[in-house]
Ligand binder design. Structure first.
Ligand code: NAD
Length: 518
């Protein structure tokens, strides 16, 4: 049982300092000076402050943008892409070396259990490998010209400074998806991490600077600026930020998108999800239980891809619900210190998530929902400022308003359906469109879910849960999830600008479309 003993905050602060030192940072941060403001590093494990850490002020954000822009124009955009790839290759080596150190910081700052924290760093290593490959594959196409003696083609060029704003729940992986790809594409990066996870950001920046020194790349390719919303807003407003890649809540995206658009900048948004799995009568229920429980309760329900809705055929809804509830009962003894090997559910990141969970459960109850398991708070006496909760299953009579919202906590709503059309309608009947799944042995049913008339999400899975995507595919979602795509496939194109070139090698100058002029 991992329920009781929590580590002391002082011990965690010491572990954080030691991990930072091993990553090459003697002191977490130079004071930002009078223009900066007082911030702090905290841990959700005890809910306490680890140590103070200055935030950046307007002047240091301005300096970071200047340096990034200057490095882009003076050298990085002209550095051959495979040479840029060497920087990311070296970063990958350092990440392998410091996997434990970064995972340690992820657990301390985001509260992830050890295996998930290690998994997150593995994802960074994987994207390094992918981006190094991409550095030799920034292909443009050649199209047949309609004119004799002409060649028509496209070339891809670096875009400029990429502003990266990230959320607390994937404090390092989302940065690496953006940064590794942006760097090989010839862009420079200014990163504003979540105010809840500054130490992981400083560690990543430190490792990247070591990689830059090792391969002779300019240190100005990457800057990190710490602070809250106002620091993010400085990136949003600045015309030197050619692409703003922002990950976080839909509310954040709604504030950011029109402001970047007003200055004709580009944005890439990765926002909230409200992910569902449809369970058909033919489904392999062992897979359903395994896939659902990890997707719904893993990371204490704080993944953008967390399974929040289980839409089950009425023939199997009783059995599926019972088996999921039984599995959740086993989780009850595995809530607590995320460093403990036996823990499966760590803390919520803070009070906001806990309050949202309580409110959602109250609304669900008022709508006729019944809590079948979970719902309680744990360890409140041992750590009054930390928020450990029991993963919760709620049987709902239908998809009411509260089910349509993303509550960033481990609540799984179970609903039933009769026909696949009804299931798909219910599935798509929420504002978000990130990840989805169907569990079925019926191939035609699976294909219908994958088709244009099926799931409206950016990620559509068969016989696998909604969370835990691999980096090889493009990641992102539709509707209120923001429409952006990051990571693998051809997501690199968002970080570059395309030029169409027509070359005349024929000695004549025929105009296109047969136009005659002079
Ligand atoms: P959040 O929106 O509170 O904060 C995200 C980041 O945006 C932080 O760095 C924050 O300082 C910054 N920010 C907030 N308002 C801003 C503004 N107006 N201008 C500029 N910057 C601003 O989100 P959070 O609580 O850290 O993370 C949880 C949310 O993120 C969930 O909704 C989750 O689904 C979403 N998320 C989405 C993805 C995805 O890939 N789709 C991945 C991870 C998290």
């Amino acid at each position: 049982m991992s329920t009781f003993a929590l580590p002391d905050t002082e011990v965690l602060a010491e572990r954080a300092r030691a991990a930072l030192e091993r990553c090459g940072l003697d002191r977490p941060r130079e004071p930002a000076g009078p223009a900066g403001s007082a911030g702090a590093a905290r841990t959700p494990i005890t809910g306490r402050e680890l140590f103070p850490l200055d935030h950046d002020g307007a002047a240091s954000v301005e300096r970071a943008l200047d340096t990034a822009h200057e490095t882009f124009t003076s050298s990085w955009r002209d550095t051959p892409a495979p040479v840029r790839g060497r920087l990311v290759h070296r970063l990958g080596e350092l990440l392998r070396e410091h996997k434990d150190d970064l995972a340690e910081l992820v657990t301390i700052e985001a509260g992830k259990i050890r295996s998930e924290a290690l998994g997150e760093v593995q994802e960074m290593i994987d994207i390094c490998d992918l981006a190094v490959g991409v550095s030799r594959q920034l292909y443009g196409r050649t199209m047949p010209s309609e004119r004799p003696g002409h060649r028509l083609m496209e070339t891809w060029h670096p875009l400029g400074v990429v502003g990266v704003i990230t959320a607390f729940n994937f404090p390092v992986a989302v940065w690496s998806w953006n940064t590794c790809v942006a760097l090989v594409c010839g862009d420079t990066v200014v990163w504003k991490p979540s105010e809840l996870t500054p130490l992981t950001a400083l560690a990543c920046h430190g490792l990247l600077m070591r990689a830059a020194a090792d391969v002779g790349a300019p240190p100005g390719v990457h800057q990190v600026v710490l602070g809250g919303r106002e620091v993010g807003e400085a990136l949003v407003e600045d015309h030197r930020v050619a692409l703003l890649s922002a990950t976080g809540s839909t509310a954040m995206g709604r504030s950011v998108a029109p402001r970047v658009a007003a200055r004709m900048g580009r944005y890439l948004l990765e926002l909230g999800g409200n992910n569902a799995a449809v369970v058909a009568p033919s489904a392999d229920l062992d897979l359903v239980v395994r896939g659902s429980v990890f997707s719904a309760a893993g990371t204490a329900g704080q993944r953008c891809t967390t399974l929040r809705r289980l839409i089950v055929h009425e023939d199997v809804v009783e059995e599926v619900t019972q088996r999921v509830v039984d599995a959740y009962k086993q989780l009850r003894d595995r809530i607590g210190d995320p460093f403990d090997e036996s823990t499966l559910v760590g803390p919520l990141v803070g009070e906001r998530g806990y309050t949202a969970m309580c409110e959602a459960l109250e609304r669900a109850g008022a709508d006729g929902g019944e809590v079948l398991v979970g719902g309680g708070r744990r360890l409140a006496e041992e750590a009054a400022e930390a928020y450990y909760v029991e993963p919760t299953v709620v049987r709902m009579p239908g998809q009411t308003a509260v089910v349509g919202e993303e509550t960033f906590a481990p609540i799984l709503y179970v609903m039933s359906y009769r026909t696949l059309e009804e299931a798909v309608r219910m599935h798509n009947g929420v504002p978000q469109g990130l990840s989805s799944a169907i569990f079925t042995q019926d191939q035609a049913e699976a294909e219908r879910f994958l088709s244009a008339a099926g799931s409206d999400c950016g990620i559509v899975n068969v016989n696998i849960g909604t969370s835990g995507a691999e980096i090889g595919g493009a990641f992102g979602g539709e509707k209120d999830t923001g429409g952006g795509r990051e990571s693998g496939s051809d997501a690199w194109k968002a970080y570059m600008r395309r030029a169409t070139n027509t070359v005349n090698y024929g000695g004549e100058l025929p105009l296109a479309q047969g136009v005659r002029f002079l």
